[in-house]
Design a protein around this ligand. Structure first.
Ligand code: NCD
Ligand code: ZN
Ligand code: ZN
Length: 408
């Protein structure tokens, strides 16, 4: 295969540590084939899959089941998250031995499949993961507070977008982020804060990092590029996501934090749902989240084109920082950035427009509908083989392999 890369930039493939692939259990929203095809087209060569599937990835058996499904379908490489539940703490070690790349703790879920463990169980889980030297990713929102407020608002007949925001008041995230950092300091656990959405968490993160807590933090394009004001254009139910996109005034400080290293990682929280699941009249009935693996790189390259960040800084947050945080060292001394020829060719001169209909994800609703982009991935290679070309997936299902993480 001869590749003509004249005029293009060669980047390491992006590593997206926050992707909801949906199988087993929710194949109507996304499959391992569709999610990894979308990733490949989006310049993402490794995805970390979240455990809120059905069954949840909370046991060695569930992990093995998911490994088998992924191995048949994936066209990019993948890591699988194990779920921390209240009742599976004695299984975390076995799940790690069976290849869980990381673990996920939900402190903020209304999904009965992934209930939030009590604080005591969280501390115990952190102690176990500290011994195993595995990073734990946390959805940090105060669940009891969210649930209480949600019930009060529903009882009051509130069905509007403002009620959703009130339930997910950013204090609920700030409190859970700082509690997570305290538990991490206490136990010595390596902890990763998922989808940072509010500027009010940033002082707590800076304080924890200054104290030497091994804390990493991610944010996603929707918190950097949207605000509640976009609800008017899109429809509020359509934009629903947890944690919510905040009022104007948060994105600026989040950008600053990303550029100064307070926020380490750019992920997507790729959370596909059908358009019909997101356009119900009452906001509480609308599924939270939207696809992201395919739109993140074009959106961020557009910001590079605008001069908001350098291509090098983008590679740092989308490739290098996730590889470091999650221990992707395929060979001693070699960080998995571009290693094994996981690479993406990018055309900064290519422009385009994001549309849900153009996405490869089954989840066909995006809040970036109609966004013009400047700078696009045009060829993605996983372990030296082309898996996407000019916006189309070309790899054969099964080419993707599980990553191995180093625990030191
Ligand atoms: C996620 C999903 O749909 O699985 N939704 C979301 O709004 N982020 C769940 C989650 O990460 O909380
Ligand atoms: Zn989450
Ligand atoms: Zn998520």
């Amino acid at each position: 295969e001869t590749i003509d890369a004249s005029g293009l930039h060669v980047l390491p493939g992006a590593i997206d540590v926050h992707v909801h692939v949906r199988e087993p259990g929710f194949s109507h929203k996304e499959t391992w084939t569709s999610a990894t095809q979308a990733a490949a087209v989006g310049g993402v060569t490794t995805v970390f899959d979240m455990p809120n599937t059905n069954p949840p990835t909370a046991s060695v058996a569930a992990l093995a089941q998911k490994h088998a499904i992924a191995a048949r379908q994936a066209i990019v490489d993948y890591g699988l998250y194990g779920l921390i539940g209240e009742h599976n703490l004695d299984q975390l070690g076995d799940m790690a031995a069976a290849g869980a790349a990381s673990f996920k703790l939900y402190m903020g879920s209304e999904n009965p499949l992934v209930p939030c463990p009590p604080d005591g169980a969280i501390v115990e889980a952190f102690e176990i993961l500290a011994r195993l030297s595995i990073r734990c990713t946390v959805h940090a929102e105060n669940t009891p507070l969210l649930t209480w407020r949600g019930e009060r608002l529903r009882a009051a007949g509130r069905t509007d977008a403002a009620a959703h925001l009130e339930q997910h008041i950013d204090l609920a995230a700030v409190e859970a982020v700082s509690r997570t950092a305290v538990f991490a300091a206490w136990t010595g656990a390596k902890v990763h804060i998922a989808h940072e959405s509010t500027r009010h968490s940033l002082p707590h993160i800076r304080f924890a990092k200054a104290r030497g807590v091994d804390l990493t933090v991610e944010t996603c394009p929707h918190y950097l590029l949207l605000s509640t004001e976009d609800g008017a254009r899109l429809g509020d139910t359509f934009m629903r996501v947890k944690p919510p996109v905040r009022e104007p005034g948060h994105a600026g400080p989040l950008w600053e934090a990303l550029l100064d290293g307070t926020i380490d990682i750019l992920s997507t929280d790729h959370a596909p749902h059908l358009r019909s699941e997101k356009t119900r009249e009452v906001i509480w009935d609308c599924a939270p989240g939207f696809p992201g693996v395919e739109t993140s790189m074009p959106l961020m390259l557009t910001e590079v084109s605008r001069g908001r960040l350098t291509l090098g800084r983008y590679v740092g947050m989308a490739c290098e920082a996730p590889a470091r945080a999650f221990g992707l060292w395929p060979r001693k001394g070699t960080l998995a950035i571009g290693a094994d020829a996981d690479i993406v060719l990018v055309d900064m001169a290519r422009s385009g427009r994001i549309t849900a209909d153009g996405l490869h994800s089954i989840g066909n609703a995006t809040p970036f509908e109609g966004f013009a982009v400047q700078g696009m991935p045009v060829r993605t290679l996983v372990r030296g083989r082309t898996v996407a070309l000019d916006g189309r997936p070309v790899g054969s299902p099964g080419w993707g392999r599980p990553v191995s993480v180093s625990r030191s």
